[in-house]
Design a protein around this ligand. Sequence first.
Ligand SMILES: Cc1cc2nc3c(=O)[nH]c(=O)nc-3n(C[C@H](O)[C@H](O)[C@H](O)COP(=O)(O)OP(=O)(O)OC[C@H]3O[C@@H](n4cnc5c(N)ncnc54)[C@H](O)[C@@H]3O)c2cc1C
Length: 430
Amino acid sequence: MEANKRVNIVGAGLAGSEAAFFLLKKGYEVHLYERRPAYNDHAHETALFGELVCSNSLKSYKLDNACGLLKEEMRIMGSIMMEAAEVSSVPAGAALSVDRELFAENITAKIKSFPNLVLHEEEVTELSDDPTIIATGPLTDGKLMDALLEVMGEKSLSFFDASAPIVKKDSIDFTKAYYKSRFDQDDAAYINCPFNRMEYERFVRELVGAERAMLHEFDTHYFESCLPVEVIASRGIETLRHGPLKPFGLGTEEHPKPYAVVQLRQDTKLGDCFNLVGFQTNLTYPEQKRVFQMIPGLENATFVRYGLMHRNSYIKSPVVLNEDLSLKAKPNIFIAGQLSGVEGYVESAAMGILAAINISRKLEGKEFIEVPKTTILGALTDYILHATGGYFQPMNANWALIPGARKENREPSIKNSLDSINSYWIRVND
Ligand SMILES: Cc1cc2nc3c(=O)[nH]c(=O)nc-3n(C[C@H](O)[C@H](O)[C@H](O)COP(=O)(O)OP(=O)(O)OC[C@H]3O[C@@H](n4cnc5c(N)ncnc54)[C@H](O)[C@@H]3O)c2cc1C
């Protein structure tokens, strides 16, 4: 085997499996490192590759749904996840849901059938100098995490245990909400939703009593600086308005003395999505919709992403990654999957294909090709590489990432995306 036809992949999860499949088909000698089954991370339950750790849903298969379109883009690019989903799907309405076991078995068998695979059932604890894709997922920890920290600088790796929901700006009621920064310090960058006392107290009662999603044992150790909003609220009726819902400096002529204020911060470059500041949460999705729609101005809010709670390791991709997903500090190392700052099964898997395409082109001395931003994959990649603002949070597939995508008529954007991914794929295989 030629030296430049050998790649290490760390992690046989969704991203690692996609990357391995792409490279194995191209004849690469793939050294796949997987720490299961010896290591118990309390989320994975089997030794299978591509295991789905929680829900069995790969979300909508409809093309007017951003995740549905991403799956179609992946299918065009020969995704192993899409092949496995086809043979393991279960009835679930408009969602592509799978028999978890069948799905992972299919992926595992297919990858193991390649004679050019070398499987290492061991934990990787350091970064090699050889061409490597790191796809160790949101539960990346221990010595490998330390090694990443060392090459990127400590501040470059982020940890958080819950994410806050994101809503579409055009679904916010601006007869109630208004733009303002605290004490007019900066530009009026935040959207503010003011509560009167009665509304606030009713909201806190509902929040505290709302149903929470089931937690894994390792999730219950909250970071004090990143507590779920319902946990803060349960510490006393006044706690939130002295914390994330502090109203001081946020009054206006119309609302001179709001009792409490929810602030929303811009989340996308485009400015059409906003996250609820301080609203990291572990409520079930239906409860998030019910309770957060009690916030004045958010009664009809469209949720682009709900809050989610689990341990999550991801890198600050806008700072530490090159355009081809390689580390600026160690350009032979490529990052794929959830570790790269995307969120979700499908998104993580898609980043595995992309990292494999990019590393193979580099090893073959071919030019880097950018995935068109008119595709969901291209737009998502653009987001993780160029997100602005101080607090970079993982992102899932959504239409707001595609500039100019019109809500009333998705057809042109869908066609554009599929045409673009087809052309990209032809160029990749040229
Ligand atoms: C508890 C939990 C629940 C989730 N639920 C959902 C959900 O319902 N829906 C959804 O869309 N997303 C969910 N996610 C988010 C995310 O989409 C998944 O975690 C997804 O599996 C990420 O894919 P990945 O390939 O990046 O990582 P993973 O699929 O986690 O794969 C990483 C692999 O790397 C291996 N590994 C880690 N470190 C090492 C090492 N040092 N050496 C060797 N091998 C290593 C792991 O054993 C694992 O097999 C959840 C995440 C968690 C943690």
